[in-house]
Design a protein. Structure first.
Lengths: 326, 259
């Protein structure tokens, strides 16, 4: 199981790399530099000569190759998990990862064939983050610390707070993806004020989406600060919660800084992509925190633990944990 | 068995793809109606003129051309964008055309294709006009790959790779559209603009901003001048039989900041 866990972590890291490569494609405007799919200028993708990786092709073709690699890694992950993992829900999650990565590949191809329609491109970006969440979850739930179990927490508020934070982060990423793919990244070209005002003096769809992303950033910052403060105040001895909560706060502060730099640098591709990758890290960290909180607040206490009022909500999880413990 | 079940879906998919690729192949121009009204050349007049720019002309920004060794080699001294081409105060690469007033005249579509070449990692020409239904021959004179991406709105958009030198693709726009932007996503500095019209009264300013719209029948016309950065200007002109008139369009360079 330890090797499966290490492999799941590799897949999650590869997915982060893939999100970065995809971010570079959008940031450099190279999405259609390879006009055909699944071939590359008529070549079979893996035989396309390196001498022809020029201009925007470098970004798009690299993205396709990394995507193919992640797809291949996910196939192995699904088979491996299916063969060795005793928990049925984890096996199903690995299969869901495979289904998601296949769908993601098809969406990627479709967006090229249909000339980057925003709806498909936004769907491609949204599904990428969802796939990353699945790989992070698999890496977490196959880890020794997860399967070893942990003492239960009696804090009915904490799962709500962390789940709300993760949901808000994902929604913020969706707004960000919409902003990127409708070309509204500089719809408000000034920061922190909008055209010198707190509220934009005129409204268009692009300005509205851009402004929503800025307001979303404020909401996410507050939600993360609230989660972190709550955990620091009430659960300071719980290192498995303190660490992701602190990391989440650091990441979200970096994310806000990067967001400001994206506007001030007029969409410089590397800064823009760093913003996308860091956004995925914010989401992944928030998800890890949420899953750990759910596991510890909703699980049945071990023998001798104090009972909580929410034991019956996840019988499957608890039963699976017992299976793993043997 | 599964293939049989999938056949209706595959058919729909293929039809959708065929529809999505519409406008890419050659399409025969429509035949003129029996009572087609044609311009009497013996009575036709001309509109000539010049497009100028007023104020300090913004500098064309330098372009980073180092992403492709071939393009760097073709542009050893670097390159700038082609937004402002000014000669003696005259603004070039402005598309001037009759926007309105022609009524129901019929104009045969030329059989000769209009040429758009990719040379030294640039579109040549940068701005051009074509008739709806006329073939556009797009060639690649470069020893590198280009993709030709037409961002049309009234016509179907398309994106075609040209990976070999001297390859030529012919495309047809069937509906009038001013302007269709062309771009190469491999070399993001490469842009061209194509004005598609149902009549032959268009020109692109050259030689110090000059243009000529010849063989116009008598009438009152709205003439528009389009520039990729400075926007559009329109003027109205009335022509009698065999009459020639001159128009001057003056763009203000300050408009570049607003657009």
């Amino acid at each position: 199981m330890i090797w499966l866990n290490r492999y799941a972590k590799l897949v999650a890291l590869s997915t982060l790399l893939l999100i970065g490569a995809g971010g570079m494609v959008t940031s450099t405007g190279s999405g259609l530099s390879v006009p055909d799919w699944p071939n590359t200028y008529g070549w079979f993708m893996f035989t396309f000569p390196m001498s022809k990786w020029v201009g925007g092709i470098r970004y798009e073709h690299t993205h396709r190759l990394i995507a193919s690699t992640v797809g291949f890694l996910t196939i192995i992950l699904a088979i491996w998990t299916w063969r060795v993992e005793p928990r049925a829900w984890v096996r199903r999650l690995a299969l869901a990862a495979l289904g998601t990565v296949i769908l993601q590949g098809l969406l990627g191809g479709l967006t090229v064939i249909l000339l980057l329609p925003p709806a498909v491109s936004i769907g491609h970006a949204a599904l990428a983050q969802l796939f990353f969440c699945i790989t992070v979850t698999l890496a977490l739930v196959t880890s020794p610390s997860w399967t070893a179990g942990a003492s239960s927490l009696d804090d009915p508020m904490l799962p709500k707070i962390t789940l709300a934070t993760t949901t808000l982060v994902y929604c913020q990423i969706l707004i960000g993806a919409t902003m990127r793919h409708i070309g509204a990244g500089l719809a408000i070209p000034t920061f922190p004020l909008a055209f010198g005002h707190v509220l934009p003096p005129e409204w268009t769809t692009a300005i509205g989406v851009h402004f929503a992303h800025r307001m979303g950033a404020v909401v996410v910052l507050l939600a993360v600060a609230n989660s972190t403060a709550h955990i620091w105040h009430w659960h300071r001895p719980q290192r498995d919660l303190i660490r992701p909560a602190t990391l989440l706060l650091l990441l979200v502060c970096s994310q806000a800084t990067l967001g400001a730099l994206v506007v001030m640098s007029a969409l410089q591709p590397i800064i823009n992509t760093a913003h996308v990758v860091n956004g995925a890290l914010v989401l992944g960290t928030s998800l890890v925190l949420t899953l750990r909180v759910f596991r510890r607040t909703l699980q049945q206490p071990a023998i001798g633990d104090v009972k909580t009022s929410r034991q019956s909500h996840i019988p499957l999880l608890d039963q699976d944990l017992r299976e793993v413990r043997g | 068995m599964y293939l049989n079940q999938l056949r209706p879906f595959l058919t729909v998919l293929l039809m959708a793809l065929a529809f999505g690729c519409g406008g890419q192949g050659g399409q025969a121009p429509a035949a003129p109606p029996a009572n087609a009204r044609r311009v009497d050349q013996s009575k036709a007049g001309n509109v000539t003129g010049r497009v100028t720019i007023e104020g300090t002309v913004p500098e064309n920004p330098p372009i980073e051309i180092d992403g492709d060794p071939y393009c760097s080699q073709q542009n050893p001294k670097g390159a700038t964008a082609e937004i402002f081409a000014v000669d003696g105060g005259g603004l070039e690469n402005v598309f001037v055309y009759v926007k309105d007033g022609l009524g129901d005249y019929w104009f045969d579509v030329p059989t000769e294709p209009v040429k758009l070449d990719q040379h030294a990692c640039r579109y040549q020409p940068h701005v051009l006009g074509i008739r709806a239904g006329q073939k556009l021959a797009i060639s690649n004179s470069d020893d590198t790959l280009h993709n030709v991406h037409a961002l049309a709105t009234a016509n179907p958009g398309w994106n075609k790779g040209q990976s070999l030198k001297n390859i030529v693709d012919e495309k047809v726009f069937t509906k009038p559209e001013v302007m269709v932007q062309f771009k190469c996503d491999v070399h993001n500095w490469m842009h061209a603009y194509v004005g598609v019209l149902e009549h032959p009264y268009f020109a692109v300013t050259r030689d110090g901003g000059k243009f000529a719209l010849n063989d116009l029948p008598a009438g009152t016309y709205t003439v528009e001048a389009w520039h990729e950065k400075l926007g559009t200007q329109t003027q109205t002109v009335t022509l009698g039989d065999k009459e020639s008139k001159e128009l001057t369009f003056t763009f203000k360079s300050a408009a570049a900041r607003a657009n």
